[in-house]
Design a binder for this molecule. Structure first.
Ligand code: RTP
Ligand code: MG
Length: 139
């Protein structure tokens, strides 16, 4: 059975461009409940650790530089079928391919600076929730 939690990150440019509130509102309006939320800055090593599945790929260095370049907001979201429904809400990785009304279509700059992250499986969601939040914060 599909899990009911996913992990999102509002990425550095979106926070810098002051799109944070609009993105959080869109998430809430779309039926997701915020279980936990925090704003923080990753260092390069932490960004490499978070995106370890992409280690060795040509975009890994640019990706981890970007993700450690400024404040991000991480949140645990709850909804039935959370992972799949949230990936649908954020849209394609490349915003030029993202459907109208998706968060990346609305707020992304380009593929490297695509505004938001969503876990890609229940297993990733569990790992990523534990990456950002302590047991005390997992409500
Ligand atoms: P995310 O993990 O950030 O939610 O993005 P995603 O699942 O849609 O895409 P993923 O394949 O996990 O890639 C992670 C991030 O790396 C950048 N990327 N660049 N140049 C490229 O071909 C390329 N491919 C991926 C994107 O910024 C993507 O969000
Ligand atoms: Mg991914």
């Amino acid at each position: 059975m599909a899990g009911n939690k996913t992990l999102t990150i509002i990425k550095p440019f979106a926070v810098k461009k002051r799109n944070l509130g609009a993105i959080l509102a869109k998430i809430e309006e779309s039926g997701f409940r915020f279980c936990a939320i925090k704003t923080l800055k990753l260092d390069k090593h932490e960004a490499e650790d978070f995106y370890v599945e992409h280690k060795g790929k040509p975009f890994f260095d640019e990706l981890t530089d970007f993700m450690s370049s400024g404040p991000i907001t991480a949140a645990i979201l709850e909804k039935e079928n959370a992972v799949e429904d949230f990936r649908f809400l954020i849209g394609a990785t490349d915003p030029t391919e993202a459907k109208e009304g998706t968060i990346r279509k609305m707020f992304a700059t380009d593929k490297a600076h695509n505004a938001i992250h969503g876990s890609d499986s229940d297993e990733s969601a569990e790992r990523e929730c534990n990456f950002f939040f302590s047991r005390r914060e997992l409500l």
